[in-house]
Design a protein around this ligand. Structure first.
Ligand code: ZN
Ligand code: ZN
Length: 348
């Protein structure tokens, strides 16, 4: 046994060479001189192995990622570590040095390779949807038997803006491609259905109301083999507002609060609060607005009754006293509401 290159004898041979001759020519990893990476010019997403990634990686990590499929390690190399150093970026080219290190036949070997990275700038599918005005869902802000007022529109605009801002950090489809003012309300065109659904729920949490979805078949995505739907999500906020007066079953009450789950009504007779779920919204009848509240004077009081003047006819009216009204003094001005010819004293 001898090494054909140096002539040494009694040496173990590797690929027909003694260890030192073998290591002289040794190449730790075969690395191409040039690779291409594709980057979205809008959002910086990277196309890696045919898939778009929105990874928050450094250039070095992205190049290493792209390089991974193109590296062939020498079979004698063990514990190989690879890292990329960018040397110079010029236009759409980045010159890099690929550092490799590993153990070969018990020896530590370090080698560097020049690599040119070509950057292809293009537009990822999601950004191209955004730039073409694509949308999957329309949120329709509506109000029951009326039009949302300016304040409600402002509230809804703010909720949508805040949500979009938050979700867009992780989801590029969180955008509004159109906002249309219609005579019955506002339409918001949203890039993603999932995002639109989340936003509609957030509007409902703040403003209450009933959500209805109507999907429409728009066509078929042949490549993905599935139907394409666009969904109209209507968020119908209630007819009444907080402090308005309503009838619910046998209760005459004032709306105390509204949220995504329920409507809180204060019973004007028993003075108790009841909560009504949105599925029973249709059973609530609006009977007076907050603007209908009047003021009147207390003219007499006994342990059982309280007498006030009717605010329009000035006739004295006797009402049953309630523990809530025990502190009211004769001569004071108090708020009242008249519903179906009955006067109710309100919280002072
Ligand atoms: Zn040799
Ligand atoms: Zn993009």
């Amino acid at each position: 046994m001898f090494c054909p290159r140096c002539g040494r004898t009694d040496e173990e041979l590797f690929d027909n060479l003694c260890k030192s001759c073998f290591l002289e020519d040794f190449v730790l990893a075969e690395i191409p001189g040039e690779i291409e990476i594709t980057v979205c010019a809008h959002c910086e997403s990277r196309l890696i192995s045919g898939k778009w990634h929105e990874l928050e990686l450094s250039d070095e990590e992205i190049i290493l990622n792209a390089l991974n499929n193109h590296i062939t390690l020498n079979k004698y190399a063990q514990n190989v570590e690879i890292h990329v150093e960018t040397l110079l970026a010029r236009g759409s080219n980045i010159e890099c040095l690929v550092h490799t290190r590993g153990t070969v036949l018990g020896e530590d070997i370090e080698q560097g390779y020049k690599l040119n990275v070509k950057i292809n700038r293009t537009v990822c599918p999601e950004c191209s949807k955004f730039t073409s005005g694509y949308y999957e869902a329309v949120i329709q802000l509506r109000a029951d038997k009326r039009v949302p007022d300016d304040e409600e529109v402002m509230t809804s605009d703010a909720i949508i803006a805040e949500n979009i801002d938050k979700i867009a950090r992780k989801n590029k489809m969180a955008y509004i491609s159109q906002r249309n003012v219609l005579k019955e309300g506002i339409d918001y065109y949203i890039g993603s259905y999932k995002v639109a659904k989340r936003i509609s729920n957030s509007i409902k949490d703040h403003m209450g109301g009933v959500i209805k979805e109507s999907p429409r078949l728009m066509g078929r995505d042949k490549s993905a083999g599935k139907d394409l739907y666009r969904v109209w999500i209507s968020v119908r906020i209630p007819y009444f507002k907080v402090n308005d007066f309503v009838k619910y079953e046998s209760v005459i009450g004032q709306i105390k609060s509204i949220d995504g789950k329920k409507i809180l009504i204060k019973d004007l007779n028993s003075r108790n609060q009841i909560s009504v779920q949105w599925r029973d919204y249709d059973k609530i009848m609006a009977v007076a607005k907050e603007e209908d509240v009047m003021e009147t004077t207390v003219t007499a009081k006994t342990p059982d009754s309280i007498q006030i003047l009717h605010p329009v006819t000035y006739e004295p009216v006797d009402l049953q006293i309630n523990v809530d009204f025990a502190e009211i003094e004769i001569g004071s001005q108090i708020p009242i509401i008249e519903i179906d010819h009955v006067l109710y004293i309100l919280d002072c």
